[in-house]
Design a protein around this ligand. Structure first.
Ligand code: DGI
Ligand code: FE
Ligand code: FE
Ligand code: FE
Length: 187
């Protein structure tokens, strides 16, 4: 069983207060979304709490972990935005001692989404996007859609994130595109 107080202490050592508070709010929002969708409330709280655990590591630490774990070398063409989830899961395993693959997968998928997502994946993905500290154009609409229909919320976030990345001329990670194709409302 996972000692949440211990995890919270370790997170505070590795994160700015600003980001730690985002993680606490994402945990609370994950818990609520789990209750609303008959999900695993405890796993949701933990996954929401730890989802950005690795976000403030240096690029060198991520590169080292990519080599150590023999992860897809294509990852080296991306940056913190992509690494902190998919590579961050290994920091969580080794430093926080959390081995639950449901939780680790929700962390891995929280930035890019995925073609197939578990209920826990969807909960954390949407909690991160709609936690009460978030403020972007459309966040109220995103919250309302998510509270009504979790899958519709996932589709909304995938579409709007891809649009905003393209507007900013950012590189798109292949899984982000695959998620879009799987989740876009078909016409
Ligand atoms: O870590 P957070 O800021 O709480 O949120 P997040 O992990 O969901 O997203 C982090 C950032 O990653 C966000 O600005 C969107 C961006 N992102 C998502 N998919 C891609 C991406 N950035 C790039 N360059 N490419 C992607 O495919
Ligand atoms: Fe994140
Ligand atoms: Fe997210
Ligand atoms: Fe986050």
């Amino acid at each position: 069983t996972i000692d949440i107080a211990q995890i919270q202490q370790q997170m505070q050592q590795k994160l700015s207060d600003y980001r730690y508070q985002h993680c606490v709010r994402t945990s609370q929002r994950s818990k609520e979304l789990a209750q609303m969708n008959h999900g695993d409330v405890e796993k949701a709280q933990i996954a929401g709490l730890i989802h950005d655990y690795a976000k403030e590591r240096s690029d060198d630490e991520f590169r080292q972990m990519i080599y150590q774990e023999k992860l897809d070398p294509d990852l080296l063409n991306y940056s913190n935005a992509i690494w902190h989830g998919v590579v961050g899961a290994y920091f969580i395993k080794y430093e926080l001692g959390i081995y639950d693959e449901d939780i680790l997968n929700a962390v891995r998928r929280h930035t890019t989404a995925a073609e197939k997502m578990t209920l826990l994946d969807k909960i954390v993905y949407m909690a991160d996007y709609t936690e009460p500290g978030r403020d972007f154009p459309g966040v109220e609409e995103a919250r309302q859609i998510t509270d009504t229909n979790l899958d519709a919320g996932v589709a909304y976030q995938i579409e709007h994130t891809l649009l905003s990345l393209i507007e900013k001329q950012r590189q798109i990670y292949p899984l982000t595109i695959a998620s879009y194709n799987a989740w876009v409302v078909k016409h």
